[in-house]
Design a protein around this ligand. Structure first.
Ligand SMILES: N[C@@H](CCC(=O)N[C@@H](CS)C(=O)NCC(=O)O)C(=O)O
Length: 206
């Protein structure tokens, strides 16, 4: 049994939706980040980065980092569906775009939500936020060009990349404008949002 450490609206969405898509048994352990639970006690002992999400594996070992968790869950889909396996000709692109989303994308949203972590100058908070908004726009413009399937990211069809991108789009402050500017991003997210697994997870996070 896996245990997902989660917080509403956090990056745990991609992990939970993947577990649901794969039909894997898991339970959830809520980390109240507003109360600082991610920075203390049992959680920080198990996941020293103090970030959410984290996943406790069946052997009770815990790992964090959304991209690492996604890749580790490959062991749950030996047929290569959802996560292209080593040797699959889509594997390099899968890794490329997954890491772009998890590093550049996730971090840019972090800067947008927490500009105070990027400057000690109170007067600079607005400009830092504005710069982050521009980077979010550029990030999705790049993804718009990167999408090679229809509606999904990779030509062979649905993968974990689609879940990851839909989660990030869900954090966009103006999703209508995003969808208007990037029609392929819009079609992909709309397709993912209509999948039963994603619907269930979003309801859990509401
Ligand atoms: N690189 C990490 C980022 C995770 C992350 O930043 N999670 C946020 C919640 S969405 C968090 O834990 N923030 C707490 C903090 O920054 O102190 C991943 O991909 O899992």
């Amino acid at each position: 049994m896996y245990t997902l450490f989660w917080e509403k609206g956090s990056g745990s969405i991609v992990v939970q939706a993947l577990l649901e898509e794969l039909g894997v048994n898991y339970d959830r352990n809520y980390v109240d980040m507003e109360a600082g639970e991610h920075q203390k006690g049992e959680y920080i002992r198990q996941n020293p980065t103090g970030l959410v999400p984290a996943l406790m594996l069946p052997d009770s070992h815990t790992i964090g980092e959304s991209a690492a968790i996604v890749l580790h869950l490959e062991e749950q889909c030996p047929d290569g569906q959802v996560i292209p396996q080593s040797g699959d000709n889509e594997r390099p692109d899968f890794l490329y775009w997954l890491l772009f989303m998890a590093t550049t994308g996730y971090t840019t949203f972090g800067r947008l939500a927490h500009p105070e972590r990027y400057t000690q100058d109170q007067d600079a908070l607005g400009p830092v936020r504005l710069a982050a908004e521009g980077d979010v726009t550029r990030f999705f413009d790049v993804l718009e060009e990167g999408i090679k399937g229809e509606p999904y990211f990779l030509p062979s069809g649905f993968t974990a990349l689609d879940i990851y991108m839909t989660m990030l789009a869900g954090w966009h402050p103006d999703k209508d404008a995003l969808f208007q500017r990037n029609p392929r991003v819009a079609a992909l997210c709309t397709a993912v949002e209509s999948r039963p697994a994603y619907k269930k997870v979003i309801a859990d996070h509401a």
